[in-house]
Design a protein around this ligand. Structure first.
Ligand SMILES: Nc1ncnc2c1ncn2[C@@H]1O[C@H](COP(=O)(O)OP(=O)(O)OP(=O)(O)O)[C@@H](O)[C@H]1O
Ligand SMILES: [Mg+2]
Length: 593
């Protein structure tokens, strides 16, 4: 199965890059300042609450139990309960605020990336496959979510807790602190090793998840083809295989963490043991109180969890920075088709001058030195063998791409100087396969011009002779088309696509005739609709049907990216060249036309 190209590239950034990316993310988070500040306030409060516990215990033991003072003991108990309640309340608030800020940030970035993708020209989509873009919007945003929802909070809470706990411990007894921290070198070395190993394990898991996602996507969207060739078994076998590696990499990453967490846990117990041993000796000597030793051990227990969290966080930050970097790369791509300031007239010649073109993702030039002038109201057919560059010419004429060299102008205005709005209203391209969105037939036609009234919508359908047909459906033009138009026949789908163009009422119509042929009855209906749509407009049609070619005013024969013949049907047949040969082949195979 094909790999989803580019999903897992540069998952690692160097420290400098990561810093820059995170700084930029901070700037983007500026609107959530107030919420973040509130979250931080509650983080501080809940951490303080947590740390107050041992201090109160010490007071209860030394001044209450040891001194035999019931009132003190009772006060200590109440204070302890109060502090626990406070910590609970603050912890709850801190999660609410952190998630509010985090989700807000994610929503903002999701919308920004989506909006940016929508504005890109087709060249952008040649570079990024839809699978890659979808994984940016899902997996990469997901991996950032970990950081913005938990990571930052944990980091701040952990650092805060470690510092205050250490200060308190030093205040209780510097001798005990030094003794307990003897385990620190072991923890530092283990943490470094853990960061390295777990980062590798984490990247591996991510890679496998991406692969699994790609398999899943292809298996579902390609299910018709898969079933047609009875390949379900093979697909499932591949999916089983990909899940096996996913499972293995997960298990491996769990091994890495349990080893480390186990060690840190053991070190924590070891440190407590030291503290108890040395603490007991210090109590015996009368240097410290029992309450101090107990409080110290409770603080020690609080200290080790944040240490573990900090080690884990390293990975989260790494992978989030990598994900952010990828999203920023998309955000930094400027749309290469941008509008100018001139309005296009309703009438004019479409002039293609010395145009050469190369798709950005390939080296070979697809068109070379192409020059054609299409008169106002003329019908021009583009013909030629498959891969000749006909669709490419059509896309250039509607400025879905810009020519690499040369220029295309309508009514004397270079298409690059026209506003995008007037460009999309004057020149409309009807693609080979029109895409249908979820919604009704009416919704799908209206996509071309959302402000159209119901009457205009019906007029557009009527103009191509499709209204009666759709009105005969039980729910008329409000019939749901379902995903990708599975409710409509191939011919009806094309009618919807043509009605979109009719609704815009453009000056120039660029048609890429569907290569798949319809059955004769439907074909006649679509052809009639096309004919009505073309009337009174300049039309450039990439023609595959002989009848369309015959009805054209002139025919341009394109081969290998060059214009090889141009003229009327009779002229070209008289020339006895490439078109002449094609025409006689058609005559021979289709005697009735
Ligand atoms: N998005 C793209 N990226 C890179 N190369 C492309 C892209 N689209 C088309 N090509 C290449 O450009 C050449 C011309 O393609 P084009 O689609 O214009 O051919 P065509 O004449 O319309 O063929 P057909 O009759 O089969 O539709 C082909 O070699 C094709 O492989
Ligand atoms: Mg084509």
């Amino acid at each position: 199965m094909m790999r989803m190209g580019g999903v897992d590239d540069d998952d690692k950034l160097d420290a400098e890059q990561a810093k820059q990316v995170l700084r930029r993310a901070m700037r983007m988070a500026a609107p959530f300042k107030a919420t973040i500040a509130a979250a931080l306030g509650f983080v501080a409060l809940s951490t303080l609450g947590l740390l107050m516990g041992p201090v109160i215990v010490r007071y209860g033991i030394d001044s209450g139990i040891d001194a035999g003072d019931r009132t003190v003991l009772r006060n200590a108990v109440f204070a302890y309960v109060g502090v626990v309640a406070l910590a609970y309340f603050a912890a709850r608030q801190q999660y609410i605020f952190v998630n509010r800020a985090g989700e807000g940030f994610l929503r903002a970035i999701r919308i920004r990336v989506f909006d940016h993708i929508q504005k890109q020209s087709l060249a952008f989509f040649d570079r990024y496959q839809s699978g890659v873009l979808i994984s940016r919007m899902t997996a990469d945003i997901e991996s950032m979510a970990e950081l913005v929802q938990w990571g930052l909070l944990q980091f701040i809470a952990a650092v805060f807790l470690i510092i205050i706990a250490l200060v308190l411990m030093l205040g209780l007894s510097w001798q005990l602190t030094i003794a307990a921290l003897l385990v620190m070198p072991v923890i530092i070395i283990a943490s470094r090793k853990f960061q390295r190993d777990s980062n590798a394990a984490y990247l591996e898991v991510r890679e496998r998840v991406g692969q699994n996602l790609a398999e899943l996507q292809e298996g579902i969207s390609g299910v018709r083809v898969i079933q047609a060739y009875a390949q379900e078994g093979e697909q499932t076998r591949q999916f089983v295989e990909s899940n096996r590696s996913l499972y293995r990499s997960h298990v491996h990453s769990i091994r890495v963490s349990t080893w480390y967490f186990g060690l840190v846990e053991a070190m924590g117990i070891f440190a407590s043991a030291i503290a108890i041993g040395i603490g007991g000796w210090l109590v015996e000597r009368g240097d410290v109180s029992i309450g101090t030793v107990v409080a110290f051990i409770l603080l020690l227990a609080l200290l080790f969890e944040p240490v573990q969290q900090l080690s884990q966080l390293y990975n989260t930050v790494q992978s989030s920075a990598a994900s952010l970097d990828k999203l920023f790369t998309i955000l930094d791509t400027r749309p290469d088709v941008e509008g100018g300031h001139r309005e296009l007239d309703r009438h004019g010649e479409l002039v293609v001058e010395n145009v050469g073109f190369r798709y950005t993702n390939t080296d070979a030039s697809v068109l070379r030195d192409l020059t054609i002038t299409v008169a106002d109201g003329e019908r021009l057919a583009l013909v030629g063998p498959t891969g000749a560059g006909k669709s490419t010419v059509a896309k250039l004429m509607a400025r879905l791409y810009d020519p690499t060299v040369g220029s295309i102008a309508f009514g004397g205005v270079d298409l690059r100087d026209a506003t995008l709005d007037s460009l999309r209203h004057r020149i409309v391209v009807v693609p080979q396969e029109g895409f249908l969105f979820g919604g009704s037939i009416a919704d799908n036609v209206r996509i071309a011009r959302p402000d159209a009234s119901d009457a205009e919508l019906r007029d557009a359908l009527d103009a191509i002779g499709a209204l009666e047909r759709f009105d005969s459906f039980e729910e008329g033009i409000d019939t749901e088309v379902r995903e990708r138009g599975s409710r409509l026949s191939a011919g009806e789908r094309q009618l919807v696509s043509l009605a979109r163009a009719a609704l815009v009422d453009p000056a120039v119509l660029v048609l890429d005739e569907a290569t798949s042929s319809l059955d004769p009855g439907t074909e006649a209906i679509v052809e009639a609709a096309l004919d009505r749509l073309m009337t009174g407009r300049t039309t450039i049609v990439v023609a595959h049907r002989l009848s369309t070619i015959r009805n054209a005013d002139r025919i341009a024969v394109i081969d290998g990216g060059e214009l090889v013949e141009l003229g009327t049907h009779d002229e070209l047949v008289g020339l006895g060249g490439r078109y002449g040969a094609l025409a006689s082949a058609w005559e021979a195979s289709l005697p009735t036309l």
